[in-house]
Design a protein around this ligand. Structure first.
Ligand SMILES: CC(C)(COP(=O)(O)OP(=O)(O)OC[C@H]1O[C@@H](n2cnc3c(N)ncnc32)[C@H](O)[C@@H]1OP(=O)(O)O)[C@@H](O)C(=O)NCCC(=O)NCCS
Length: 367
């Protein structure tokens, strides 16, 4: 049975920075309160021309560059987002088109902030089963567009950005070792974007009632998160036959510094073993785990051979954890430059659109 290795990683965040002081001009809050209660100092906000697919494409191409893998070699793309570009088509298909992943199947997976763990597990299982050889997992968000900038309960928390991992099959042991996934829909109301689905399709009334904004019971989510995070880490270690002493790094979902601190206390682990960058990016939902991991890799914290645990939680309610032995890129003779693939993808997309029109025209003549 092949092993599923993480061979590439990339992140991309918008340039625009929104500080706590900036938010204090919008709602009754202040830098000190936000830092004390969440650990967040600033977050990135997408500009009008930035979307989940555009941020996701940047992260994906960086990840493919690290993996030294051409987009055309990808078998599968899973995109996970709490702020997808459309209801349909899937954001994964937009990314597939923009990077020129000509043979990849692409779909979205929705598990809110736990989406990256769930998607990684699905991609790893597909590789372990032998049905595919490579996969790209992208977490990408422009959640700022779902935030009510008059609600101080939520607008201080979220930020935009994208992170991506490439997974590849190898006979060498390592990579994704184990994972656990959990859900509890009885807590669906605790964190919800009620409008725009089929329960509350967009109408003047739903817009007026603010149903298209994130609604959250902060205390309830806080209690849930602190309860499940530590447990999920221990649960994922069990099938891997590892203990916390074997683990070099925990990469938690970056929602709130206090939640991470409580998890560290529960696990009786030093906070130094936790990768934390919530101060700079806020809660980027599905993108927070890969963004934190890429940050740690760039600082030289995570190294090949390290055993790490990714752990997340979010709306649903959902939570999960994954144990990984970090390996890095598979040594290769050839060196791929991903930039030409972006240009090729644009041209290919344009030609396919034109060809579809011609086909439509010809078939209408036949009828
Ligand atoms: C949202 C959150 C930061 C609020 O922190 P908290 O310590 O629970 O704060 P409370 O709601 O108890 O509010 C405490 C006080 O601060 C006030 N307050 C709330 N938000 C505030 C803000 N942004 N700025 C200033 N004051 C604020 C409240 O009105 C309250 O005032 P009161 O005591 O006079 O009534 C916290 O509950 C949290 O992080 N929850 C988890 C959210 C999360 O992670 N969501 C994403 C999951 S993927």
């Amino acid at each position: 049975m092949p092993f599923a290795h993480i061979t590439g990683w990339g992140m991309h965040v918008p340039e625009l920075i929104l500080t706590n002081d900036d938010i204090s001009k919008l709602v009754d809050t202040n830098d000190e309160w936000i830092r004390d209660h969440t650990g967040i100092r600033e977050r990135r906000i997408a500009r009008e021309h930035e979307f989940p697919s555009t941020l996701g494409v940047e992260a994906a191409l960086k990840a493919l560059q690290v993996a030294n893998l051409a987009p055309t070699e990808l078998d599968l793309i899973i995109c996970t987002s709490s702020s997808p570009e459309y209801f349909f088509p899937a954001t994964a298909c937009l990314i597939q088109d923009q990077i020129g992943a000509t043979k990849a199947g692409a779909f979205d997976l929705q598990a809110a902030c736990t989406g990256f763990i769930f998607s990684m597990n699905m991609a790893a299982q597909a590789i372990r089963s032998g049905s595919i050889k490579s996969a790209l997992v992208v977490g990408t968000e422009t959640l700022s567009r779902f935030v009510d900038w008059k609600d101080r309960n939520t607008c201080i928390l979220f930020g935009d950005g994208a992170g991506a991992f490439v997974l590849q099959a190898s006979d060498k042991p390592g990579g994704v070792i184990s994972a656990v996934m959990h859900s509890d829909g009885s807590g669906a109301d605790a964190l919800i974007l009620p409008g725009g689905g089929t329960r509350f399709p967009a109408t003047e009334a739903t817009i007026h009632e603010g149903k298209h904004f994130i609604q959250m019971d902060g205390k309830e989510v806080f209690r849930f998160a602190t309860r499940v995070m530590g447990q999920a880490v221990l649960e994922a270690l069990e099938p891997a036959k590892l203990t916390l002493d074997d683990i070099q790094w925990i990469v938690p979902h970056q929602a709130n510094f206090r939640i991470i601190k409580t998890a560290a206390k529960y696990l009786k682990m030093s906070l130094d073993k936790f990768i934390i960058n919530v101060d700079r990016y806020g809660n980027t939902s599905t993108a927070s785990i890969p963004i934190a991991a890429v940050d740690a890799l760039q600082k030289g914290q995570i190294k090949p051979g390290d055993k790490i645990v990714l752990v997340g939680f979010g709306a649903g309610l959902t939570w999960g954890a994954m144990v990984v032995e970090w390996t890095g890129p598979i040594p290769a003779k050839k060196h791929i430059r991903t930039e030409p693939y972006r240009l090729f993808a644009r041209l290919r997309s344009l030609l396919r659109r034109i060809w579809r029109r011609i086909e439509g025209f010809l078939s209408s003549k036949e009828v």
